[in-house]
Design a protein around this ligand. Structure first.
Ligand SMILES: [Zn+2]
Length: 331
């Protein structure tokens, strides 16, 4: 039988007398696990962590009780941060089966990411209720410093996890987009590039509504930036007969999708908002520009509509119109 968040048996500690589980079953773990006999670890993979004690007293430094304690504190701090971020988005998970969220802490840099955290769709199995995430070294460095300075004084930066948790809610569409990711075909490469604006746009939508997005300030500006980037990327990709990972990496350079993406998503919700809610998207745009605050239910309502309606195919059919219109303007 499927379980939902409200009936998690694996986390009895979080159960309240109303039967609702307060705490999400999330497990953060150092990966590879220093206490696992089968793990192979080199000292310099782990010894850079702030607060780590370099000592050979116990053979290898990572078995020193001080370092084991530090590892456990990092894991529980990570779980706590994840829990707090999840709490805000909990209502969007009501129809999803969640058994466990795991967060691998990639201290060795094995995953090769220079980001802070990520949602790992490849290792996630939503049909089994399992979602997989990772903490990368940049965030681990920050967490470890917060822990050794004072956990109480640490300021939460939950936006990182909210972003990744929204990706997890978007799992199915991310999976569809991934089909284009590794293709050598230049046109598929261009499709994947455009879909980055969808994925990151939806994942950053709350940040935009929270007033935390800088760099792009209107739907118009976002469309112009998107069109300009797609023209450049399209031109460079289509000049090649087939593309390598390296080609695509170079051509896709830049991070404009984080800032332009959420505005494009708002634009694509215009029809839905005007028909269903009789709200003009221009009024929402103006409120963001004027730094007016939105209620939490307004924010989550917009995010929920984006996750529901702005599918990969909807996005691709909508940008056709952008590119066509912008192309006409250029001529
Ligand atoms: Zn992202």
């Amino acid at each position: 039988m499927k379980q939902t968040l409200s009936t998690q048996p694996s986390s009895p500690a979080g159960q309240t007398n109303t039967g609702i589980i307060e705490a999400l079953p999330v497990i953060a773990y150092l990966s590879p696990d220093p206490l696992d006999d089968d793990s192979y670890i080199e000292e310099d993979w782990i010894s850079w962590i702030p607060g780590y004690l370099n000592s050979e007293e116990y053979g290898v430094s990572y078995l020193h009780p001080h370092n084991i304690d530090l590892a456990r504190r990092i894991e529980s701090f990570t779980e706590e941060q994840f829990q707090k971020a999840f709490k805000r988005l909990k209502s969007l998970w009501h129809d999803k089966y969640v058994k466990q969220m795991t967060v691998g802490i990639d201290y060795s840099g094995m995953l090769g990411s220079d980001g802070t955290a990520s949602f790992d769709y490849v290792r996630s199995e939503p049909e089994c209720g399992h979602y997989s995430f990772a903490v990368h070294r940049r965030l681990l460095y920050r967490y470890a410093n917060q822990i050794i300075q004072s956990e109480q004084a640490a300021s939460d930066n939950l936006g990182i996890w909210e972003h990744e948790i929204i990706h997890a809610l978007d799992y199915r569409q991310i999976l569809i987009a991934s089909a284009f990711r590794d293709s050598k075909n230049p046109l598929n490469g261009l499709t994947y590039y455009t879909l980055r604006y969808r994925e990151e746009g939806i994942a950053n939508l709350l940040a935009l509504l929270d007033g935390d997005i800088d760099g792009v300030h209107s739907i118009h500006e976002a469309k112009a930036l998107f069109t300009k980037n797609c023209e450049r990327v399209g031109k460079e990709l289509l000049a090649l007969e087939e593309t390598s990972d390296n080609d695509r990496g170079k051509i896709f350079e830049g991070h404009d999708f984080y800032e332009a993406g959420p505005w494009l998503i708002l634009d694509m919700l215009s029809d839905y908002y005007s028909v269903v809610h009789e709200i003009d998207m221009a009024s929402i745009e103006k409120r963001i520009q004027n730094k007016e605050t939105f209620s939490e239910s307004e924010k989550l309502g917009i995010l929920s509509a984006a996750l529901k309606f702005i599918s990969t195919s909807w996005f691709l059919s909508s940008i056709d119109a952008y590119l066509y219109t912008e192309g006409q303007n250029h001529n």
